[in-house]
Design a protein around this ligand. Structure first.
Ligand SMILES: Cc1cc2nc3c(=O)[nH]c(=O)nc-3n(C[C@H](O)[C@H](O)[C@H](O)COP(=O)(O)O)c2cc1C
Length: 188
């Protein structure tokens, strides 16, 4: 697939099943991630791969977060939360480990770089014949979830990227008319 075709046709998958990107595809996905624009070459990205049985641990972290934040929650809801980890065969947690001491590169720029890495990963997966869905939600901002993933409290989880092979019809997401969003600064 040409890069421009991937850019112009990528969309999120609603349903992701096996096969997950294999090791060769995953290498290309990560190699794409570390091509993200990165002010100051800070490499502010961290990635956690969650697959196979490890998804049980991720599901438990999600359920544990729900239990802590909603003490009255019932077992049925907790089980639904656990099953979110099985929405796709592979999850990559993308985090920004920003250094606030570096004044020349504000934290927002370091975080944006991690977002750019995540987008590159989604595009790479799509170009390789797989697809993905970028999710966050409250667990992304929770210190307990971060710790359970081996991340640091100061890390910003920019996304839980779910990867696999798309099945079923993609959601019909209307695309904006870019002309409505663009203006050109007039010459003096
Ligand atoms: C930072 C970020 C977090 C997101 N978190 C969620 C989420 O938690 N749940 C969700 O349904 N969509 C989430 N989305 C949106 C979807 O990933 C997706 O972009 C959206 O459904 C539109 O589909 P499209 O990618 O085909 O345009 C998030 C997107 C971004 C950029």
């Amino acid at each position: 697939m040409q890069a421009i075709d991937a850019l112009l046709t990528r969309r999120s998958a609603r349903t992701l099943t096996d096969p997950a990107p294999d090791d060769a595809a995953l290498e290309l996905i990560f190699a794409s991630a570390v091509r993200a624009p990165d002010h100051g070459r800070l490499r502010p990205w961290r990635f956690v791969i969650v697959r196979d049985k490890a998804r049980e641990r991720f599901g438990e972290l999600l359920a544990d977060h729900l239990r802590r934040t909603h003490p009255q929650i019932g077992e049925e809801s907790l089980q639904r939360e656990r099953l979110k980890a099985f929405r796709a065969p592979l999850i990559v947690v993308v985090a920004a480990r920003s250094n606030p001491e570096i004044k020349k590169v504000p934290v927002i720029e370091q975080t944006l770089s991690a977002g750019a890495a995540a987008h590159a990963m989604m595009l790479a997966a799509y170009a390789l014949g797989f697809n993905a869905m970028w999710k966050t939600g409250e667990p992304a901002y929770d210190a307990g979830v971060k710790s359970g993933l081996g991340l640091e409290p100061g890390d910003a989880v920019v996304g839980f990227l779910y990867f696999g092979t798309e099945s079923g019809e993609p959601a019909a997401v209307p695309r904006p008319e870019w002309r409505d969003l663009v203006r050109e600064l007039a010459e003096p």
